[in-house]
Design a protein around this ligand. Structure first.
Ligand code: MP5
Length: 216
């Protein structure tokens, strides 16, 4: 029998295609993305990653003992990633100070925190898998369609390197184990959260491409 993660990917297939076909990724790959558009993504994703730290910390508090070491590694990995953002931003003159989260970034982070606090560990873990798998596949799409030397190569490498691929594989196989024996009602809740996360991932590219701001 195929694992639970495959059921999730099957059920999100349409959303996933929309993510991978998003103009933000196509323009990043072929070098036509305006710097200002890409910079909005950098600023908003920096906020997203900052807020991912308390999300992971809450999941860590709910995690079974044997998963604690990896959650501790994820936390230190996020601090390393923030440093990478600061280095690239500084090299490209991108300001990361006092940036307000866009509606989508704010909503996505709120969704993560609410899920971590008020849902079960398997549900929170599902959301983590969805977000990481979406970034792996999105940046792989960029990497596989590169037509020019890319000014943002360090970001492409960050989410397509072998270590990150292994991490996402580990999330998938661990999710399969976590889902084993769970009642269908919980699996359905996990599936619903997976779809919401996938839709937020789509919205995140949309937010950057359209330079989303609060309308009032
Ligand atoms: C990730 C991210 C990947 N940085 N931003 C969004 C909007 N979704 C997913 O998470 P991480 O922790 O940077 O690998």
């Amino acid at each position: 029998m195929e694992g639970f993660h495959q059921r999730l990917l099957d059920s999100a297939q349409e959303i996933w295609q929309a993510i991978l076909n998003h103009p933000f990724l196509k323009m990043t790959a072929n070098g036509t993305i305006p710097d200002d558009t890409f910079k909005i993504w950098i600023q908003q994703d920096y906020i997203f990653v900052q807020e991912a730290i308390p999300f992971i910390a809450v999941l860590l508090a709910k995690a079974p003992l044997d998963l604690r070491p990896i959650f501790i590694q994820i936390l230190t990995g996020l601090e390393r990633e923030l440093k990478l953002f600061r280095q690239i931003a500084s090299a490209h003159g991108v300001n990361l100070e006092n940036i307000a989260p866009s509606p989508t970034c704010y909503g996505y982070n709120q969704f993560l925190m609410t899920t971590a606090h008020s849902c079960s560990f398997p549900e929170g873990f599902t959301v983590l898998y969805a977000a990481e798998k979406a970034y792996l596949d999105s940046w792989m799409e960029v990497k596989n369609n590169l037509t020019v030397e890319n000014p943002w190569q360090e970001f492409i490498d960050n989410w397509t390197n072998e270590e990150f691929q292994k991490f996402v594989d580990w999330l998938a196989s661990t999710l399969d184990k976590i889902a084993l024996g769970k009642p269908e009602s919980e699996l359905e809740r996990m599936e619903a959260l997976f779809l919401i996360t996938a839709r937020y991932e789509y919205l995140f590219w949309e937010m950057a491409a359209k330079e989303e701001i609060w309308p009032v």
